[in-house]
Ligand binder design. Sequence first.
Ligand code: F6P
Ligand code: MN
Length: 350
Amino acid sequence: MRKGMTFTRFIIEEQRRIPESTGEFTLLLSAIVTACKEISDDVNRGQLINVLGSAETENVQGETQKKLDIISNDIMLRALEWSGHLAGMASEEMEEVYPIPSKYPTGKYLLVFDPLDGSSNTEVNVSIGTIFSILRCPENISAPREEHFLQPGVRQVCAGYVLYGPATNLVLTTGQGVNGFTLDQDIGEFILTHPKLKIPESTSEFAINMSNQRHWEPAVKRYIDEVVAGSDGPRGRDFNTRWVASMVAEVHRILMRGGIFMYPRDNRENVKEGRLRLLYEANPMSFIIEQAGGASTTGRERVMGVCPDKLHQRIPVMLGAKEEIGRIDRYHTEMDKEIESESPFRQEAN
Ligand code: F6P
Ligand code: MN
């Protein structure tokens, strides 16, 4: 007998705790997980089955697509469109909302996803992942349009990711804490290996792409200058840094051993609003992090409180250990106050 509960048993037992549950959500989750197992297999055998490298096409955000970005997106669509649980889907790799083909029934949920996050890492055999978020389709809408997907993160029903690394991990929240599973390749099932994940409130580890330093706002510069100064600086202790360039791997590390992840907005033209996408990157990761006892901010507000105004909206995101995220928020507030007090309009008013 193997140790640990299977994912199938876990979701069925969760379903039993909600007497009015129809089982629709359980089946939807199960279909998502099956799709991710297929992606995991392609990622794993990438070099051997000739699916690595660029597809020579661009997605809606002007990023070059990898062959695996397109393959993973197709796997998600094909595995979920027939299920009858979804009213529509949206993904990083598709400009427009994906309607459920008319030959299939529709359901009450919407799915948004990043089919292969961190895909710049595919050729170098570094961890990548699929991120997903489940929303409720507004009442009486059977053919949802973009506006129906534009819901703040607090309205997510479920968020999760599957990390394709040395092991394949599934991490999931439905708002009742966070649970982590590991794929047992021999039996093709995820096994509950990390029940009730929690992040320590304090940390001495941070992740940020330091090459963007000269573009950051003063609040971010101040925070990073202080942690880099280590025991010689105002923080009085040394910090460690990591940057995988794969948000899924970054968030997973934070869930396993603590830390923070930062992708602030900066003054480059395409990062003015932030780099990561609100609906299928920042929101699901923020839901997971908050449910594990961490915090997630834009520097000025809670990520999950932001009302999206477009499908592929970008946003600054800083998440992880509560104490450090609180400090980053404070530095932003102090910076904004200072800027306001120096404004010529303000001086005129005085
Ligand atoms: O899709 C966004 C992403 O790949 C994240 O997974 C990652 O954190 C980030 O971009 C890396 O960005 P950069 O290449 O600018 O460091
Ligand atoms: Mn991504």
